[in-house]
Design a protein around this ligand. Structure first.
Ligand SMILES: [Fe+2]
Length: 386
């Protein structure tokens, strides 16, 4: 994600099981020097090895009949380690399978094309929706007039490579990519006050390295609505999928519901919910899967780098991010051997991801957004670094 995410170790005493929680890390690319230096100072406070999260086990079964469907988000292959991870994926075992890539593949077009080429060599089908990093112009500002122009070029590249960006049916499973962008008003929960939280413009590079046509502004509802309306042209195919498929997986880069992110008081950047999600996206998802959902409905997302697997109002929501090398080193998402995550095989959705740190936490702890008392690791961070 283009977020500047702070990390820390977080023993959560509220958790029902007496385990040591480890690092909550988030990939905010802080653009403010003073905050960056705060992060450097913080590293001396936090030991990544203090308590590592439990390993998530791979879910794929080799004896599966027919296509399996795997999911991953936030590949960020501008990092050499992440491109190496992509190269290390087997060239044999996924030959009949599908991979859903829920955005943030790479910042540069060359890394995007290389990544998608490698994935196409390994999987029979690769599906993609763009994330914010994919539309950054920082290193390529002279190549693209704006971020929408870059999006067109990435979609052209996908077409050349055989990467699928439109709804389709594979072995009876409906697969529906959904365009989206975040808007600040998505966050309706009470703000944290009393500490100096960096502004969105300071914390989020998208405000500086994405460029939009006149009338569209980063963080505004108009931009989120613009992206949402890109889905209209595929709606006849979506209707066809609704008629023909018993199981359907939709996917987006951004998050459709606030409940899919930890509460503000848990976050090193408490304003994170303002730059992660879209209400228009949730409306789209409900128009596909129904207001009450169904056991055959799943939505995959990315962006926040928090591994997640939960069911809300009848729809299963899953995030399986590769994330940044530093986040994997702390095993914030239970290592990386379980990725890509097999979400569908033998005509069924997979068992729940386990252990799944934050969604496990919220499965047994109520969300209390009116409580603005900082979690201890956040309070310590702001007391010492800002
Ligand atoms: Fe992102």
């Amino acid at each position: 994600m283009a977020l500047c995410l702070y990390s820390a170790c977080l023993p959560l005493p509220q958790h029902p099981v007496n385990v040591n929680f480890s690092c909550l890390s988030h990939g905010l690319g802080l653009i403010n020097r003073s905050i960056s230096s705060s992060r450097r100072r913080r590293r001396s406070i936090i030991s990544p090895s203090r308590s590592l999260r439990s390993q998530i086990l791979p879910s794929a079964r080799p004896e599966t009949i027919g296509s399996r469907v795997f999911v991953v988000s936030d590949l960020h292959t501008d990092y050499i380690e992440n491109m190496t991870w992509v190269r290390s994926l087997s060239s044999n075992i996924y030959k009949k399978d599908v991979l859903i890539v829920a955005g943030d593949v790479a910042e540069t077009c060359s890394n995007f094309v290389l990544t998608m080429s490698l994935l196409r060599e390994r999987f029979q089908h690769v599906f993609f929706v763009p994330g914010n990093h994919d539309l950054w112009l920082r290193r390529e500002k002279h190549n693209y007039f704006d971020s929408l122009y870059k999006l067109d070029k990435l979609l052209d590249a996908c077409e050349r490579l055989g990467v699928e960006t439109k709804p389709s049916i594979v072995d009876g499973l409906g697969i529906i990519p959904l365009y989206s962008w975040y808007h600040e008003s998505f966050d309706e929960e009470r703000d944290i006050t009393g500490i100096r939280i960096p502004s969105l413009e300071m914390a989020c590079k998208d405000f500086h390295v994405c460029r939009w046509p006149d009338g569209l502004e980063n963080g505004e509802s108009s931009l989120a609505l613009y992206f949402d309306s890109m889905n209209d042209k595929n709606w006849n195919t979506v209707k066809d999928i609704q008629r023909r498929c018993s199981h359907t997986v939709s996917f987006s880069h951004f998050i459709p519901r606030l409940e899919l992110c930890p509460e503000k008081r848990m976050l090193f950047y408490p304003n994170l919910p303002k730059i992660i999600g879209s209400n228009f996206l949730e409306t789209r998802i409900r128009s596909i899967h129904g207001d009450v959902g169904n056991p055959s409905a799943c939505h995959v997302f990315g962006h926040t780098h928090f591994c997640w697997d939960t069911t809300l109002d009848g729809i299963r929501y899953v995030q399986a991010p590769l994330a940044y090398p530093r986040e994997r080193k702390r095993r914030m998402n239970g290592g990386d051997d379980w990725l890509p995550f097999c979400i569908y095989a033998d005509g069924c959705f997979a068992e729940k991801l386990s252990p799944c740190y934050w969604s496990d936490y919220y499965a047994v702890n109520p969300r209390t957004p009116n409580c603005t008392e900082l979690a201890p690791w956040v309070a310590r961070f702001y007391a010492k670094t800002l």
